[in-house]
Write a new protein. Structure first.
Length: 114
């Protein structure tokens, strides 16, 4: 599981460098996210722009990361591809997460959902 993290405007940006987050990698994804988010940043923005496929296990892993960070830290998602965005809409998780069209819009104050 390849994740790249960088600090931007006092937020931790984690770019998922995989095209699939599914049952085969969900546990590894959660473990790697715990490692990467061990920093004290209150805001964590996950860049999913390279992820073309996310199944229910992948969605569960993203939710698990959100719960791991809560209550003191916020997980936001950016760059959802159409297929991944559809999963969030169908499961109504688009009402749970703050979604941004792009990583740039995550830092311009343009949120799609709260």
């Amino acid at each position: 599981m390849d994740l790249q993290a960088e600090v931007r405007d006092q937020a931790l940006v984690v770019a998922v460098q995989e095209n699939r987050v599914d049952a085969a990698v969900a546990i590894q994804f959660k473990d790697k996210m715990r490692e990467v988010t061990a920093t004290p940043h209150e805001r964590v923005v996950m860049d999913l722009s390279l992820v073309d496929f996310l199944d229910s296990s992948g969605l569960g892993a993203v939710v698990a990361v959100m719960k791991f960070l809560a209550p003191g830290r916020k997980l936001e998602l950016a760059g959802l591809t159409p297929t991944v965005a559809k999963v969030f809409r169908l499961t109504r998780m688009d009402t749970v997460f703050t979604l941004h069209d792009t990583i740039e819009s995550a830092f311009s104050g343009d949120a799609d959902a709260a």
